[in-house]
Design a binder for this molecule. Structure first.
Ligand SMILES: NC(=O)C1=CN([C@@H]2O[C@H](COP(=O)(O)OP(=O)(O)OC[C@H]3O[C@@H](n4cnc5c(N)ncnc54)[C@H](O)[C@@H]3O)[C@@H](O)[C@H]2O)C=CC1
Ligand SMILES: O=C(CO)COP(=O)(O)O
Length: 331
């Protein structure tokens, strides 16, 4: 595989880490952000001081404003928060034949997968997802990990695999687009729950119980939506769950921990200063559960806490009862 011209949409921590990875692999990368001051600083210092400080971005990456110029690229990586994906992708101009969804979330109002949202905005593109246990700072440090590139077309999956693959980042391919994408989005909700459990002062047993039940629920809703259950046992599922739901590097975990310690959602989000995708995704999962007629008590408990319907303590007490329904959280 030769070097490619790649556009990375989103200059937050993930877009910056993926730019560093792709540029180290020899690709010619254009990183696009929305803030003029940040783009100027990136050009002058080759470092993202706000979102990923301490890493120099290689010379074969350049920086531009989103929506300014038409770009003709071979691969386009979508690394903005899921709530911004539809707007950003609808506004890009130029040639974008191969799209990699790197965002991990569901569209809040429609509960759609990001690959569906991108396909609606760019119907001619080959769209799939890259997901796995991939905390941005560890990727920038070159610490070994794996990821999965999932596309309906094997050839597209292999092109994406080859573009990202390097000794510290092993990429495998899959055709289970729904499973790989759902796994990455849903584990963020469970990571909030894992953090909440620690914030409440519960033990490792509690977290193990909560996360294993949550993983089973992920596989249940995934199967109802056409995903393969074994995808949730792979790197995009349990792999990413291990990486985030017990890690202080995870923003979702940190948010949950703050809630468990008694902060309000507003306070916890303000302290975080970065995106926590589990918040909008938890509501979207609730809608999916209703649409597909699937019972997801663990996800419901996190949703109820985030909506302020119950305290974290009460949510745990309800989960310890044998049968739980959403009405228990509302009532
Ligand atoms: N940081 C990580 O370790 C990883 C993040 N992800 C996913 O990548 C996506 C992006 O997250 P991060 O870069 O980590 O978030 P971040 O909080 O570090 O940065 C968010 C970036 O998106 C930009 N942004 C926010 N709203 C925007 C809008 N309406 N239009 C254009 N740009 C907008 C911000 O200016 C900022 O540059 C999320 O879906 C996240 O789940 C996936 C894997 C790893
Ligand atoms: O998805 C991630 C690592 O794989 C990042 O998780 P957070 O968004 O919780 O930091």
């Amino acid at each position: 595989m030769g070097e490619m011209h790649v556009a990375v949409l989103g200059s937050g921590s993930w877009g910056t880490a993926l730019t560093i990875l792709l540029a180290r692999n020899g690709h010619c990368v254009t990183l696009l952000g929305r803030n003029e001051e940040e783009i100027r600083d990136l050009r002058e210092t080759r470092e993202n001081h706000r979102y990923l400080s301490g890493f120099t971005i290689p010379e074969n990456a350049t920086f531009s404003m989103l929506g300014q110029d038409a770009l003709d690229v071979e691969m386009t990586v979508v690394a903005v928060p899921s709530g911004a994906v539809r707007d950003i992708v609808s506004r890009i101009r130029g040639n974008h034949p191969l799209v990699v969804v790197a965002a991990k979330g569901l569209e809040a109002h429609s509960s759609k997968l990001m690959t569906e949202v991108v396909a609606e905005a760019l119907p001619g593109a080959e769209t799939g997802v890259l997901s796995g246990p991939n905390l941005a700072v560890e990727i920038a440090k070159g610490i070994p990990t794996v990821a999965v590139a999932a596309y309906r077309s094997r050839e597209a999956a292999e092109r994406v695999r080859d573009a990202f693959n390097c000794p510290s980042f092993r990429v495998s391919v899959s055709d289970d687009v729904v499973g790989v994408e759902l796994a990455g989005a849903l584990k963020n909700v469970l990571a909030i729950g894992g953090g909440m459990s620690d914030g409440l002062g519960f033990g490792d047993n509690t977290k193990g119980a909560f996360l294993s039940r949550g993983l089973m629920e992920m596989a249940r809703i995934g199967s109802a939506m056409g995903a393969r259950a074994e995808t949730f046992l792979g790197p995009a599922g349990v792999g990413d769950l291990f990486a985030t739901a017990v890690s202080r590097l995870s923003r979702n975990y940190r948010l949950g921990r703050a809630l468990g310690e008694g902060r309000t959602l507003e306070q916890a989000l303000a302290e975080l200063g970065q995106v926590a995708e589990g918040v909008p995704t938890s509501e979207a999962v609730g809608q999916l559960a209703r649409i597909h007629g699937v019972d997801l008590p663990v996800f419901m408990a996190v949703e109820a806490v985030l909506k302020g319907l119950v305290s974290p303590q009460k949510a745990v007490a309800l989960l310890m009862e044998r049968t739980v329904k959403m009405d228990d959280f509302i009532g």
